[in-house]
Design a protein around this ligand. Structure first.
Ligand code: ZN
Ligand code: ZN
Length: 202
């Protein structure tokens, strides 16, 4: 979604009709069409972090669904700087609003058994979202197929991202599908084995 091609995910339960929207980075109409097509009731809009490409449509989605916006407090400075982030990329600043609640580590969601994991490094407030019963991990810009998120931008920390990935993400189920923040999905097993940053952790 959006000008920087962030992967937005919609995780929904066809039985209860409850859904989470993760990282609405743009194209609110396209997101809303999927929500309406499936008759989903959006219980929360959750963010892996507050870089502009993950939050560009957040305020509009909140207005159209009434669902609360959630982000980790460590990324408050980025959320509040949306306008200057847009200026930096030559983009028009969209509608803005404050987050409704701060996400915390191990926070449970009322949808699909999801849990939030605080995985700082790419930004101080970076979160990953883990759906154990579906073997699904949404990793934001922390882990990519054969790569990891940048840490050379304000708030980034290489030691932290390494620890987040090896101590938190690599301890989840190996066969988990990983939806990354940009580009193709991957699996934890493949990244442990072949990600050039980690070189064969078993
Ligand atoms: Zn980012
Ligand atoms: Zn991104």
């Amino acid at each position: 979604m959006g000008p920087l091609q962030c992967n937005c995910a919609i995780v929904g339960d066809p039985l209860t009709g409850k859904a989470l929207i993760v990282d609405p980075g743009g194209d609110a109409d396209r997101i809303m069409a999927i929500i309406e097509e499936n008759g989903f009731n959006v219980v929360a809009v959750i963010h892996t972090h507050a870089h502009l490409d993950h939050i560009l449509a957040s305020a509009e989605i909140r207005r159209r669904t009434g669902a609360p916006l959630m982000v980790h407090q460590g990324d408050r400075f980025l959320w509040n700087a949306l306008e200057s982030q847009c200026t930096q990329f030559g983009l028009e600043c969209p509608e803005t609003c404050d987050p409704d609640t701060w996400l915390s580590d191990e926070q449970l969601f009322d949808c699909c058994g999801g849990v939030a994991l605080h995985t700082p490094g790419h930004t101080p407030g970076s979160m990953s979202f883990w759906f154990e019963s579906h073997d699904l991990l949404i990793a934001g810009d922390t882990l990519f197929q054969m790569g990891i998120g940048r840490t050379d931008i304000p708030g980034g920390d290489f030691t932290q991202i390494e620890t987040s990935i090896t101590e938190r993400l690599f301890r989840l189920a190996d066969d988990a599908l990983v939806i990354t923040g940009h580009g193709p999905s991957t699996s934890l097993a493949l990244e442990k084995q072949a990600n050039p940053f980690f070189g064969g952790i078993s």
